[in-house]
Write a protein that binds this ligand. Structure first.
Ligand code: P6P
Length: 282
């Protein structure tokens, strides 16, 4: 395949059916925790190992990093560096709700700035398995079959003009007063959609318009989500689809992680709601 980035995207698409097929028998927790101190499911480890092996097999992939691993795994000098959340929302496995694989393709070694992203996207294990990809200014969406073959369903995915849904993580008593005041306004205007897997909730925002966020909390000012593995790729998708992103102050793509697993407050969606959020938190 002459297009090395497409080759990376194709590997993620073709690995997805195996990851999905492997979920049923891997709903048990491993003894290990991931570098963020979260319990690891057997499914997390399975997805991570499949993706690491397949992606590092590509000549164009110079390194692989994931939420499930402490350090970057070096390949043989390829020009692209892939950061993965192999199974975003894996805690939804026990409750049989949506989850999937989230990835970013960077042209700089990891941890890299958001500006180094050349492509990002996610595979969503919903009633249908879909892939959303942001690349070269366009967001496309495919349905994946059991072989990972893709059927294009949306050639230019854009955030709807009319926002409809919102979803914010963290426990309400741990929200700051400024954020709680902002949410009090939003809940008068939009419908609550929060499912516990960021890519599922953001796919609702991409489909129906609105805003998703996981704010900085009183006891965790940096919030829960990781800048490199979640913030950058999802911000790249939503901004490419005509929306906005923020860490509460500026675009997540303007934020550069010091560490591989650095956390960040994360907001993505309709630009008016993101602007109002930044004003509320300023
Ligand atoms: P909580 C999944 O574990 C995840 O990393 C994101 O996909 C999701 O948005 C968030 O954490 C859910 O966190 O605290 O609501 O369980």
């Amino acid at each position: 395949m002459s297009d090395p980035v497409e080759a990376i995207v194709d590997v993620v698409a073709r690995t997805a059916p195996e990851v999905r097929a492997g979920l049923a028998g891997r709903r048990v927790y491993e003894s290990e925790e991931n570098p963020s101190g979260e319990r690891q499911l057997a499914a997390d480890v399975y997805a991570d190992e499949l993706l690491e092996e397949r992606l590092l097999d590509l000549p164009a992939v110079g390194s692989y990093a994931s939420e499930e691993r402490e350090a970057v795994v070096d390949g043989d000098g390829g020009e692209f560096h892939v950061a993965c959340d192999p199974l975003d929302g894996s805690s939804n496995l026990k409750s049989n709700n949506t989850m999937g694989t989230l990835f970013g393709v960077y042209e700089e070694p990891l941890p890299a700035p958001g500006s180094a992203l050349v492509a990002s996207g996610f595979v969503l294990f919903g009633p249908v398995t879909t892939m959303v990809l942001a690349r070269e200014g366009t967001v496309r969406e495919w349905v994946l079959d059991d072989d990972g073959d893709r059927e294009l369903v949306t050639g230019d995915l854009r955030l709807p003009d009319e926002p409809t849904v919102y979803g914010f993580g963290g426990r309400v008593p741990n929200w700051t007063d400024a954020f709680a005041d902002y949410v009090a306004e939003v809940e008068e205007e939009l419908k609550l959609r929060y499912g516990g897997a960021m890519i599922g909730d953001v796919n609702q925002v991409l489909t129906y318009g609105g805003i998703f966020g996981y704010p900085g909390l009183r006891d965790r000012p940096a919030g829960k989500l990781r800048l490199l593995f979640e913030g950058h790729p999802i911000a790249h998708v939503v901004e490419t689809a005509g929306g906005a992103s923020s860490n509460g102050e500026r675009s997540l793509l303007d934020c550069e992680p010091d560490g591989l697993h650095e956390r960040t407050p994360l907001f993505v969606g309709d630009d008016e709601y993101v602007e109002r959020l930044e004003a509320a938190l300023s």
